[in-house]
Design a protein. Structure first.
Length: 350
């Protein structure tokens, strides 16, 4: 086994503590990764603080992981020692169900194994990327293209694929009017990807405070949703609205912005049920849909697409001020994604 230094929480609301965890021995198809960077996703915060329920402690979060292959099992063929690699939101699936066979492992009918807080056959739970090392089955290890900064690539393993998958599934491209609702850690990457796909991108945000950034990232238009005239002026406008906001919104208002056969895709996952009037869907034959990250092959396509178009996350690189970073994410005080430098995990002190 490999001993890894990690940062874990022991209870809801507890501060992070430095711990040592054991990573499993390498199996024939396993890859040992020396973690270089780990992004902070809002899902990490929800889970660490047990806001969704079901958290098992102690918990090491982190599912936006980039690093270098340190060792491989004797049957590994896709990766070699020294390769630049990444790990996203899940690390195993059954491999046999229709979803897995079609490359959509995130929808595994037997239950995808998440990178952290997922039960394992031996009674333990997976531990994530806030650590110096991780062992992952070869199939679930992604290649990070040359030229893509490892730190800025980390959020692509969750935020990037979370936006790329619905944008490509709903055929965002030239001639399409696409709106990104919310321009935070998810939304800013969505603007970049939608623009690179050739769409006419609009940002729907509470205020115009991030307008300059939005236009820099590729938006053609930027609208303040706090302005009531926005919903009047943009009625029947968009082919696709991708909602990255986790708060419960007036969904009827946003559905009214869709053109015929338009779709609102939910990514933010609000805590309360979404209320929608039936007529909001019937008018213009509108749809309300959801999407969950993406499969392994699709994630690799996303990474290659981002490399080809010079797309990466806008990040603030931090050492190990995890508690402070969590509070700042909740307060929307980050531009636009925190990434932890795992090299600092072995420094003295917290």
């Amino acid at each position: 086994m490999t001993t890894a230094t990690a940062f874990a929480v022991s209870a809801p609301g507890a501060a992070f503590e430095k711990v040592e965890i054991q990573r499993r021995d390498l199996g024939p198809k396993d890859v040992l990764i020396e973690v270089k960077f780990a992004g902070i996703c809002h899902s990490d915060i929800h889970t660490a603080r047990n806001e969704w329920g079901g958290t098992h402690y102690p918990l090491v979060p982190g599912h936006e992981i980039t690093g270098i292959v340190a060792a491989i099992g004797n049957a590994v063929t896709a990766h070699a020692v020294g390769d630049r690699v990444g790990v996203g939101c899940f690390v195993d699936s059954c491999g046999r169900c229709p979803a897995c066979r079609s490359g959509q492992e995130q929808y595994c009918t037997k239950g995808v194994v998440q990178t952290y807080n997922a039960p394992l056959p031996d009674g333990t739970y997976t531990q994530g990327g806030y650590s110096t090392h991780i062992v992952v089955t070869e199939h679930f290890v992604l290649s990070i293209p040359d030229g893509v900064d490892l730190a800025a690539a980390a959020p692509l393993l969750c935020a990037g694929i979370t936006l790329y998958s619905p944008l490509t599934h709903w055929n965002a491209g030239p001639g399409k009017q696409v709106a990104i609702l919310g321009m935070g850690g998810l939304g800013h990457i969505g603007v970049k990807i939608a623009s690179a796909l050739g769409t006419e991108v609009s940002v729907l945000s509470q205020t115009l405070s991030k307008r300059d950034d939005g236009m820099l990232f590729g938006a053609r238009h930027y609208y303040a949703t706090k302005d009531p005239s926005t919903f009047t002026d943009l009625r029947d406008s968009f082919d696709l609205i991708v909602n990255t906001v986790s708060a419960n919104l007036d969904m009827d208002a946003y559905l009214s912005l869709l053109a015929i056969d338009g779709t609102v895709v939910e990514l933010g996952i609000p805590q309360r049920p979404i209320a929608v009037r039936g007529f909001s869907l019937a008018q213009n034959r509108r749809r309300l849909a959801g999407s969950l990250v993406g499969g392994i092959a699709e994630t690799q396509r996303m990474l290659d697409f981002c490399a080809a178009h010079g797309i990466a996350a806008e990040i603030e690189l931090i050492a190990k001020q995890l508690d402070e970073a969590y509070d700042r994410v909740v307060a929307s005080d980050v531009r636009y994604r925190f990434v932890i430098d795992a090299a600092t995990f072995t420094d003295q002190g917290l």
